[in-house]
Design a protein around this ligand. Sequence first.
Ligand SMILES: Cc1ncc(COP(=O)(O)O)c(C=O)c1O
Length: 408
Amino acid sequence: MLTRRRAISSLAMPALLSSKEKAKSKAFHYAEVEAKIARKDYKGITKDDLPTPSLVIDKSILERNLNFMAKHCQNTGIAIRAHCKIHKSVDLARRQVALGSLGISCATIAEAELMSGAGIRNILHTCQPAGKNKIWRAADLAKKDPTALFVADDPTTVELLDEAAGVLGARIRTLVDIHAGLTRHGHAAGKPGLALAQKVASSKNLQFSGIMGYSGAASHTKGWQERRAHSMKDVGPVVETARLCQKSGLDAAIITGGSTGTYNIDKEIGLTELQAGSYVFMDSAYNHIGKKSGDTRYDDFATSLHVLTTVISRNHPNQVTIDAGNKAMLKPTDQVAGRPEVKVENQGAEFGILRWQDGNGFTLGEKVELITTNLDTTTNCYDRYYVCEGNNLVDVWPIMGRSGALQR
Ligand SMILES: Cc1ncc(COP(=O)(O)O)c(C=O)c1O
């Protein structure tokens, strides 16, 4: 407890300081903030202390998103193997698994290695490995972690995976990736898909484990009814191929695909599990695809991730400069959180401009939070998430490293 005497002496203290000492007492010690973060001692650190541009997570919104999806899956009986391409964070993946995610879906072999290396089982690499480097890394990963799942959309991949697995003494759980509207990947549905599944099933060192089909176009179709129709068209043939496999005696237990946009459509189409990922953070591309009730806003999940920037110049009317540009993946379609009337412009590598017609401007040094247009590319630019409750830092989570030979 502060006694009256001590209170007076502490209040009186500044008067006893020399002007140099007074100036020094106001100094901001960034190194101390870093040292506190290293000790996981976040007390007293606020957004104002953080470097910019940087990524800040609103913890309570993130938790709401995580819980909402987990509840949806429990209530409807569809499983989830959440996609980590959006966050590339072991901390977040562990939270998803704790809430019932079967494992974690990964876009790259490096993500798969990271998640498996962190002890997460039943990961699914949703892109077929191709080329010497990726084939052998996939086989090596399967050897270390026999629960890992891989996909193939080409007979050559099946042969190469089988060969590599044979050499390493691995058995690779393999799904067949079926075309679902996106021409970037996927073997033809129906009989050709069945033939590829049979090839996997008859490969000595592979274990046929099911079917995958992902429609990125359906996921962002505006209007829930339109999205449902698009999903039926794209993903229907994927499910039919899985049924063909089952009728032929193949164990196509897993039928995986789906997204944040179609999470409440995919079960009806026949998927057994979701690969949704963006629901954890939500970007501006997703915020306006429309919800089941017919509303144009899609607020089943809310934006929990912002890019924190600082106003660094203000010499012209109705505009200020912020310290985020190309290197921070700034896009003119990004939005200022809480200020929808403000336009975002890209001004090169390090700079962005905020413009507005009427209303309040921004002060020099002010922190401005942006809602990103596309999460995956933005998170790929940063090394850590600053997890905040309101204005206060409560945790820091590393993002998968981007340097080093194995990080791709
Ligand atoms: C193969 C695959 N599955 C799932 C997802 C996750 O989709 P979303 O982030 O829309 O939930 C993606 C996203 O690009 C993907 O490429």
